[in-house]
Write a protein that binds this ligand. Structure first.
Ligand code: ZN
Ligand code: ZN
Length: 698
């Protein structure tokens, strides 16, 4: 070898050694991505390490290889191992993609409202950023840019003080088998728990209070918890369902008093009454050292609302006297054109029309259990027609109790009856309000269809009203419930299908439409604007509205993802300054935590199944003591697969026989059996179930 060549090689080796940490990192990342991958730690890059110390290891490796070769059994398969590995890798990518839909990989990326002029933000850039010690920090912990709307939670921070607004859940879709809901991971708050001076709630929908049962007990029981009467009532109800109800510091707020509540040295808060689809709904104004922040919460506009109109007077006063330095505005219906065309009164009137039209039968109305005003309207319409009303559904009755206690509902005299009594009345005197409008399998409406309901079985003379819209994702379930009702001969009237019966609308969205937003944000005239409460496209469309229609300069509009830190600076500009840790915690329907790895296994099993082999070996001789037991679940039905099972048993006998001379470690043997069996199964079926070999030595 000439000198030049030697030098070249030396250079090459040096650059390899320099690149090694990078290569290793990439390798590890790839390994983490493919949780089911066949990479082995230290496998691929082992050869790159030209260290003398590894020489011994290499000899040991060679010996292992020779012994493994001795144990090799001819699998008599027609597919290559590479095909199986490819299948496994594709599968694990699919599983990962499905199980991590709620994890935001690249925050806000290159949107022109990302706070970095549309440039991709990198970890290096984030690290370089210096937080301004005099900034007020606004940090969304949940509810922004996710898949589905929910788990709303915002933190506002200044020096050593924090306040928290809302603690919501997000209901998981069917992509997450066995998961009922998820809540925000509040590690950031737990690390700073002493700084939390107050917890505020805008309203009692579950996407704003649903995580209370898990999160409130983590805080000091002296931390004040603020909300309106109905909201606090609903939180207390939820907490009372815990095995051990914590003693917490609830403070009920009357938004009509316009009280400026000083919650800490630097923060004071004010609740503002706004319209939505639940009693006791509010926006929250936070006065900070760097200006006034308006958090819209959820809201809608109606010209002729039931109850008290949004407190526009107070809002106008604040705008005129103080000005709004930063507005956080919800984004749910930003894609709905125009204005909210109706009021709850219209819905009530139409429900009355249904009772008139189908005068001879029972009227069964299904709506969201938190629609207290809707329920009040139904009671009124029923009372006017001499119909009695009974309620069915656990949450429906719960919420009604809270509403009665908070005086959020007016009930006409002698109208409400118990279910067991109302069924004794003639059909034309009966009205039932129930849950199940989302087609939930175990909810009241479905139980009435299947005959599982204790008191009500659907009759051909019944009229069922869906006073709701299906939440995206629930449509197929609603269809199945409707089909079931129609098969029983009942009349079904759904909101949004006015052309069929000429009766509608029967439901109103609780969120403002596009033109409502234009009008309201114009009215508030905020200096800085931040869309929240929405999926990413909603946030983006909300920001576009602010820039293009309202003329707010682009550098005063920010779209954030959960975890982004937004600073409101003393000069009243906003900017992004880093990120905090955020995440999800998953729970099943028994309120027990579910680990993400479990979800991945469930998805894997649901697609490919599980295959267990139990071997009993003689401790001394290593021979198989009896025919291996094979258990197949969610994979193949064993009775129909004799040939395949025979092949597997044959393999196992050969494998154990061949292993006797080399006496491998149990771990190694299991791994080899797992790989071989997976290959045999893949060859026969095109699937790679989770294979679990169990070896007993007796
Ligand atoms: Zn709401
Ligand atoms: Zn909401």
């Amino acid at each position: 070898m000439n000198k030049k060549e030697e030098e070249r090689r030396a250079r090459l080796l040096k650059s390899r050694a320099e690149r090694l940490p990078d290569i290793k990192k990439q390798f590890e990342e790839a390994q983490n991505r493919n949780f089911n991958s066949n990479f082995k730690p230290g496998g691929k890059d082992e050869n790159l390490v030209s260290d003398k110390k590894t020489a011994k290891k290499t000899t040991a490796k060679t010996k292992e290889k020779v012994e493994a070769e001795k144990r090799k059994v001819n699998l008599s398969v027609s597919t290559k191992k590479g095909e199986m590995v490819h299948h496994q890798r594709m599968l694990s990518q699919d599983v990962n993609a499905q199980a991590t839909q709620h994890i935001i990989g690249v925050p806000v990326n290159k949107s022109r409202y990302n706070g970095y002029n549309g440039e991709q933000i990198t970890n290096a850039k984030l690290k370089m950023m210096r937080p301004d010690p005099d900034a007020v920090r606004i940090i969304p912990i949940g509810g922004l840019g996710e898949f589905g709307i929910g788990k709303n939670m915002t933190v506002i921070e200044y020096k050593s003080e924090m306040i928290v607004v809302d603690m919501g859940v997000l209901f998981a879709g069917e992509d997450y088998p066995g998961v009922n809901y998820m809540i925000p991971d509040i590690k950031y708050l737990e690390d700073n728990i002493a700084k939390v001076k107050a917890i505020l709630f805008t309203h009692a929908h579950l996407d704003h209070i649903g995580a209370c049962r898990h999160l409130l007990p983590k805080f000091s029981n002296l931390t004040p918890i603020y909300g309106t009467d109905f909201t606090i009532g609903m939180i207390k109800k939820q907490m009372s369902e815990l095995d051990e109800e914590p003693d917490l510091n609830y403070i009920t707020v009357d938004p009509f008093k316009h009280e400026k509540i000083k919650v800490s040295e630097h923060f004071s808060v004010e609740f503002i009454h706004t319209l939505h689809s639940i009693p006791g709904n509010t926006a929250i104004v936070v006065r900070t050292p760097n200006g006034l922040i308006y958090l819209s919460g959820d809201w809608r506009h109606e010209n002729n609302p039931m109850g008290v109109q949004t407190d526009y007077e107070r809002i106008d006063e604040i705008v005129a006297k103080e000005g709004i330095d930063l507005m956080l505005n919800e984004s749910t219906n930003i894609d709905s054109p125009g204005r909210h065309p109706h009021s709850e009164y219209d819905v009530g009137e139409n429900l009355g029309k249904v009772m008139d039209h189908y005068v001879n039968g029972r009227v069964i109305i299904s709506c969201f259990s938190s629609q207290i005003l809707r329920i009040e309207l139904i009671l009124k319409e029923a009372a006017a027609r001499g119909r009695k009303v009974a309620f069915s559904g656990f949450s429906m009755i719960n919420n009604l109790e809270v509403a009665l206690r908070a005086k959020s509902i007016k009930v006409p005299k002698d109208t409400i009856m118990k279910m067991e009594d109302i069924i004794k009345l003639p059909d034309e005197k009966v009205c039932i309000i129930c849950t199940g409008s989302q087609g939930e399998l175990n909810a009241v409406l479905n139980r009435m269809v299947t005959g599982a309901h204790k008191y009500i079985k659907i009759k051909a003379t019944d009229t069922i009203v869906f006073s709701s819209n299906p939440i995206p994702g629930n449509e197929p379930h609603v269809v199945s419930t409707v089909d079931g009702l129609l098969r029983e001969g009942a009349q079904v009237i759904q909101n949004g299908k006015t052309h069929l019966t000429n009766i509608g609308p029967l439901h109103l969205s609780g969120h403002a439409y596009y033109e409502d937003h234009v009008e309201f944000v114009t009215r508030l005239h905020p200096t800085n604007y931040m869309p929240y409460h929405g999926e990413f496209y909603m946030l983006e469309h909300n920001a576009e509205m602010a820039e293009n229609v309202l003329g707010i300069p682009r550098d005063r509009i920010l779209i954030s993802d959960d975890g982004d830190v937004v600073e409101l600076l003393p000069n009243k500009t906003i900017r992004k300054a880093g990120r905090i840790y955020v995440g999800n915690k998953l729970y099943d329907d028994a309120d027990q935590p579910v680990h993400e790895a479990v979800i991945k296994d469930r998805i894997h099993i649901s697609r490919e199944g599980i295959f267990v082999i139990i071997l009993t070996l003689n401790k001394k001789t290593g021979h198989l003591m009896k025919t291996p037991d094979i258990v197949s679940r969610a994979f193949i039905y064993l009775d129909n697969s004799e040939e395949l099972i025979g092949k597997i048993r044959h393999y196992l006998r050969q494998k154990t026989d061949k292993s006797i001379s080399t006496d491998p470690e149990m771990k190694v043997l299991k791994e080899e059996i797992k790989e071989d069996i997976t290959h045999i199964l893949f060859d026969a079926t095109g699937h790679t179930p989770i294979v679990i070999p169990v070896i007993n030595k007796v």
